[in-house]
Write a protein of this length. Structure first.
Length: 374
């Protein structure tokens, strides 16, 4: 039906083209998603572009509610149209065309920062919150990178409500097994009824997938994703506000501030009680102590300048110790520097090196001043 570039071959149009109203109103431009029967079309009368979806399995009520609610971050639905009859019956959705990348494509072409991910997650949470406030609530059930759009200005959209359903609270489990492997919650496979925690699971899976694909490290987002993806819905975040509260804390670990958590002030290598990390840390700290004790400066020794020698020893070891702590992000020091928190990859490495050099210079300056004064 389609050429490799997605353009429609003349005289070989989608089935919905057989409908007189559709063929008289729209011109088919391009295939967007073959598996979802989604097409880019242009209206013959207003000359604008729209997205046309033809659905064989659908819940028309879901789309009607979305059309009436006009939720920010969800493409506006202009028309809902039934076509065909009997086994050939399909639902045609005409919705707003959003010129944007899917999150899947966006992370391939752009450098990802924690600031971007936090903004994206907050946007999706706002959309889910509005869906949750509808009576009865709408559960998306297919939160994944392909269904999140990112515009050039950073605006976020959630699309594809093909398997969405209303939450009633009256079913013991979902009767129709639907979802995307790797992003669908266990209850979507018949282990319970989908509710807002189902979408929370999908969001967590999306965060986890994005972090891994970008090789991006964020302790805060990793912890959020892990809790979102608990197998039991009761162990996940129970509502949108809980996620927002954790997401927007500057320092977060398992839902609580690091500085308030017992053991958070323990030195790097001993916080998680990992034997390998503890052994490596013991070696590093022993090396620092050794350097402090054995540090020598011939000029100070020959002139019997004990204070100067000890000051340099302390300054030398203190500089190394602070560099080590900062490099290990002790007490989230790196996150307290705005531009460094948002950086990633080589930029973050260079930033850490620059800060470490400044630390060494600062300690050396303090030592020099002390020696000069005394």
């Amino acid at each position: 039906m389609f050429k490799d570039d997605g353009k429609i071959v003349e005289n070989e149009l989608p089935k919905v083209w057989d409908d007189a109203y559709i063929s008289n109103t729209y011109i088919f431009e391009e295939l967007i998603d073959n598996s979802e029967n989604t097409f880019l079309v242009s209206n013959k009368f207003d000359k604008k572009k729209y997205v046309l979806k033809q659905l064989k399995h659908f819940d028309e009520k879901i789309y009607s509610v979305i059309q009436n609610e006009k939720i920010k971050g969800i493409p506006h639905i202009y028309e809902i149209y039934r076509s065909g009859s009997g086994d050939e019956k399909i639902l045609v959705i005409i919705e707003e065309y959003i010129k944007a990348y899917s999150l899947t494509d966006y992370i391939k072409e752009n450098e990802i920062t924690e600031a971007f991910l936090v903004k994206m997650i907050n946007s999706i949470l706002d959309i889910l919150e509005k869906l949750q406030n509808i009576n009865p609530p709408i559960i998306h059930r297919d939160i994944k990178p392909d269904n999140i759009l990112v515009k050039e200005d950073g605006e976020i959209y959630l699309v594809d409500f093909n398997i969405s359903r209303n939450y009633t609270g009256t079913k013991s489990k979902d009767t129709v097994i639907m979802g995307t492997a790797g992003f669908a919650a266990p209850e979507q496979f018949g282990f319970g009824e989908s509710d807002i925690r189902t979408d929370i699971y999908g969001l967590g899976a999306t965060i986890n997938h994005t972090l891994k694909k970008c090789n991006f490290s964020s302790a805060k987002l990793s912890v959020i994703a892990e809790k979102c993806m608990k197998l039991s819905p009761n162990e996940r975040f129970q509502c949108i506000d809980e996620i927002k509260e954790c997401l927007n804390k500057s320092v977060m670990n398992n839902g609580t501030d690091d500085v308030n958590k017992k053991g958070s002030y323990m030195l790097p290598g001993f916080r998680k009680k990992n034997p390998v990390h503890m052994l490596a840390a013991t070696f590093v700290y022993s090396f620092l102590i050794y350097c402090t004790i054995t540090y020598k400066h011939d000029n100070y020794i020959s002139n019997n300048k004990v204070f100067e020698l000890n000051a340099n020893r302390i300054g030398f070891s203190l500089g190394l110790f602070l560099v080590f702590l900062f490099s290990c992000n002790y007490l989230n020091w790196q996150n307290k520097i705005g531009w460094l928190e948002q950086a990633s990859g080589i930029k973050k490495v260079v930033g850490i090196i620059i800060i470490n050099l400044l630390i060494v210079l600062f300690v050396a300056l303090i030592v020099s001043i002390l020696i000069a004064v005394v």
